[in-house]
Write a protein that binds this ligand. Structure first.
Ligand code: CP3
Length: 344
């Protein structure tokens, strides 16, 4: 590893260093709250085209870093590129979100990861370009969805708040469900290792629908597949890994035991209550995205509280979930100023 790269603040926090000013990036920092994103989006045929055209994906990744000077750039892509690469039809319905051709038991036995590297080759090209264009101090983060979260979209064919279709499928078709999780684990390891080979310096795993897993199934649906991914990636690549089990509640303690380099905390976690309880090296989070929309004192109070609660321990400042479309750009600017003030 090159010496200079070790000095990037995100990598230092992930290795266990408590920084006076925490490193900062935001989940979904590239996207529709930015006018320059909307301009590119309006010109493209589809969201998928944005993700799979290296020129465009590179530019969108850089937009928020250029505007705000975040400490990390997160690759512009989507967790549903893995089902797409496994051969499931995927499109994004304007104003409604992702749609997939719902999976049947038969279709699951036909899924193969053979074409994943080839179908996602444009993503790796985007990463190679980004490593050349990013300034020396900015860390490039790659990512993938956790198998349960990705499976909820694959089974229902769309997003849902309760993951009803996947939960029922897992209970009624346990063999097919287990096969689906296994294919996703293997495909995700391949995908993430290829991201690191192309130049990703940190990986984040999004378990966005952790809250919909019944407690007795958390180990089988989520912890075990995530552990296999973390171990599978580490066997082939040396890279820090962040796990984000959104809505895990008291199960955060079980995610803590995976041994990832960082655990990303959602908005529902009361920081003062977890700091002593979690063993994972670095924590990340957890500003309420609505405080970023509100701005002013609502934002100030929370940033100060988070910084105080996390001072003296390895920490990366982030949101508790992705930035929302209606967020004023000036409030993001205010956030950057507040996080970078010397005294919390
Ligand atoms: O964070 C970033 O800036 C990098 C890019 C990124 C996107 N999606 C771009 C995107 C990342 C890391 C994701 C992750 C993702 N995608 C998750 C996990 C994180 C989370 O939010 O819980 C999930 C569940 C998805 C699936 C997905 N993609 C949904 C549910 C939607 C529709 C919701 C929405 O906001 O429209 C998408 C579309 C999507 N992915 C957009 C962006 C910028 C909006 C697409 C558009 O411009 O029309």
């Amino acid at each position: 590893m090159v010496g200079l790269e070790n000095d990037k603040v995100i990598l230092r926090a992930l290795r266990g260093e408590a920084l006076e000013v925490p490193p900062l990036w935001l989940m979904r920092q590239a996207g529709r709250y930015l006018p320059e994103y909307r301009a590119l989006r309006a010109k493209a045929k589809s969201f998928l085209e944005l993700c799979l055209t290296p020129d465009i994906a590179e530019e969108i990744t850089l937009q928020p870093v250029r505007r705000f000077g975040f400490d990390a750039a997160i690759l512009f892509a989507d967790i549903l590129l893995v089902p797409y690469a496994l051969g499931q039809k995927l499109w994004f319905q304007e104003g409604e979100g992702p749609r997939l051709e719902p999976l049947t038991v038969d279709a699951i036995s036909g899924l193969t990861r053979a074409e994943v590297p080839e179908r996602l080759a444009p993503v790796f090209e985007t990463i190679r370009r980004l490593r050349k264009s990013l300034a020396g101090e900015t860390t490039l983060i790659g990512f993938a969805g956790a198998p349960w979260t990705v499976a909820t979209y694959m089974i229902a064919g769309a997003g849902s708040d309760d993951s009803a279709a996947a939960r029922l499928f897992a209970l009624k078709e346990p063999k097919a469900f287990a096969r689906l999780i296994d294919v996703l684990v293997d495909a995700t390891v391949d995908y993430l290792v290829a991201q690191v080979s192309a130049g990703a310096e940190v990986l984040q795993l999004f378990e966005s629908w952790a809250a919909t897993i019944p407690a007795e199934s958390v180990a089988v649906y989520s912890i075990d597949p995530l552990t296999r991914i973390v171990e599978g990636v580490r066997a082939k690549a040396s890279v820090p890994i962040i796990v984000f089990p959104r809505g895990a509640g008291s199960n955060y303690l079980r995610y803590d035991a995976i041994g990832a380099d960082a655990l990303s905390l959602d908005t529902h976690v009361l920081l003062d209550s977890v700091v002593g309880a979690l063993k994972t090296t670095c924590l990340q989070g957890n500003l309420d995205p609505f405080r970023l929309i509100a701005g002013g004192k609502a934002l100030e109070d929370s940033v100060r509280h988070i910084r105080r609660a996390m001072s003296g321990r390895p920490f990366i400042f982030n949101l508790g979930h992705g930035i929302r479309q209606e967020t004023p750009v000036e409030h993001v600017q205010q956030l950057v100023r507040l996080v970078r003030e010397k005294a919390a």
